[in-house]
Design a protein around this ligand. Structure first.
Ligand code: IFM
Length: 458
């Protein structure tokens, strides 16, 4: 094998990912209940340009066309999420059969096309009715998640054999409830901490239900794992990295793998006054539930963060971000740093030893539009995929059991608070006409899948 050729094992799973609110549209059709993202995006000023997911990619109606697209690309797997309020409009209670049928037909269509469905149960569209009762801040929402899991896995468990419980619990907790940029939009760490806890509890409670209703399936959770580097070797910068990794990663991965909550992060939160009543939401047996063994870990990775403490007597900075050019930074304002993907995969595997790992999301936002011939020549995105897949290949050589890779995203879609201004798709979407155009990055990915590998020159 030449040094610049990257071959993957024959069972390696190549996929692309989406999420319900980002693509489905049909926000109030066929009995679907309101979600917190419907409420949030309908509130003026919350989303760039006041964009909403009301129509989005109209995937709810165009799903057959989208499966054809996946078939055309040769995808082996498709990661999508299920909209909880489409199944249980009020979050619990009466099941909306039409909602179940939508996903049932989608799954059948995927299987007929030879594409393995990977279903995520929660990718942020909480039923608004549950938010009105306190949302993830209260334990009863984790209980309702169990009811929802029961309903959907009973319906699809015979055909879906790969399940992801929660997507990015850190984003749910910190961006939705502390930073406030996502629904429900609170800015309050005292709320966000119990939120961070109940999403993990919901995950743990769901695992045995999925196993019961979906025999021989595999179950995991997806964490967003960022790569942080200290801007210098000063104790301030190093401690800022510890703090960031602690809050964003270890706070979720430590309890997941049976270590309980990290003492240093609890101490940070106490010092900041965020735990006035301690961790009184932890009840007997909960930590065991959160640590229920899983079959895989999903990792979402996008960029590096160079962490600089603002301590006034800090040492001079020695580590710098790359120059701000499009080959180094995506339009999200995220630095491109493929070594960070190798870093997070190695860190998560060698620290926690999950049985196997998937990259469940990785990709780049560039708005490159079709040229006069209708070709979308998205070179920067294509380069991003090449360098990041080389990183995946590298960690596999080092012994990390990687089972698959999902490009984010199958198609341009509603990028949360950024609306439609940010395009992550390997397929272009014209949101006026719903036309889809396969971008050059997708053509490259198609070739890679066909050859089960690529060469750096291709
Ligand atoms: O679009 C999101 C996705 O829903 C979750 N992970 C990050 C992506 C890019 O921001």
């Amino acid at each position: 094998m030449s040094q610049n050729t990257y071959n993957f094992p024959k069972e390696f799973i190549w996929g692309a990912a989406t999420a319900s609110y980002q693509i489905e549209g049909a926000w109030n059709e066929d009995g679907k209940g309101e979600s917190i993202w419907d409420r949030f995006s309908h509130t003026p000023g919350k989303v760039n340009n006041n964009d909403t997911g009301d129509i989005a990619n109209d995937h709810y109606h165009l799903w057959r066309k989208d499966i054809n697209l996946m078939k055309e690309l040769g995808l082996k797997a498709y990661r999508f999420s299920i909209s909880w309020p489409r199944i249980l409009p009020k979050g619990r209670g009466k099941i909306n059969q039409i909602g179940i049928e939508f996903y049932s037909k989608l799954v059948d269509g995927l299987l007929e096309a030879g594409i393995t469905p990977f279903a995520t149960l929660y990718h942020w569209d909480l039923p608004q009715a549950l938010q009105d009762e306190g949302g993830w801040e209260v334990r009863s929402t984790a209980e309702a998640f169990v009811e929802y899991t029961e309903a959907i896995t009973r319906a699809l468990g015979d055909r879906v054999k790969d399940w992801i419980t929660i997507n990015e619990p850190a984003v749910v907790a910190w961006i939705g409830n502390d930073i406030g940029e996502h629904a429900p939009g609170y800015q309050d760490m005292r709320r966000a901490i119990p939120v961070s806890y109940h999403v993990m509890l919901a995950h743990g409670w769901a695992v045995p239900i999925i196993r019961r209703n979906s025999p021989n399936s595999e179950v995991g959770i997806t964490l967003n794992v960022g790569w942080r580097e200290a801007a210098s070797n000063s104790s301030f910068d190093l401690d800022a990295v510890r703090e960031g990794d602690g809050k964003w990663t270890r706070w979720f991965s430590d309890p997941l793998y049976g270590r309980g909550y990290p003492a240093d992060v609890i101490a940070d939160f106490e010092k900041q006054g965020y735990l006035p009543k301690g961790m009184d939401f932890i009840k007997e047996g909960d930590l065991n539930a959160i640590a229920t063994p899983t079959d895989f870990l999903g990792v979402n990775y996008y960029n590096r963060e160079v962490v600089r403490s603002d301590a006034s007597d800090n040492e001079p900075q020695t580590v710098f971000e790359k120059p701000k050019t499009p080959e180094n930074w995506t339009e999200m304002g995220w630095e491109i740093y493929p070594e960070g993907l190798a870093g997070v995969l190695g860190m998560m595997y060698f620290d926690y030893k999950p049985l196997k790992l998937y990259v469940t999301e990785n990709g780049a936002s560039y708005s490159t539009a079709p040229d006069e011939n209708g070709v979308v020549n998205d070179t920067y995105r294509l380069d991003y995929y090449k360098t990041h897949l080389a990183a995946v290949h590298r960690v596999m050589q080092a012994g990390v059991p990687m089972a698959g890779y999902f490009a984010w995203s199958l198609m341009d879609n509603f990028e949360w608070a950024k609306g439609y201004a940010q395009r992550f798709g390997i397929v272009w979407v014209n949101f006026e006409t719903q036309e889809r155009i396969i971008k050059e990055s997708a053509n490259w990915y198609k070739n890679l899948i066909k050859n089960n590998g690529f060469s750096a020159q291709s």
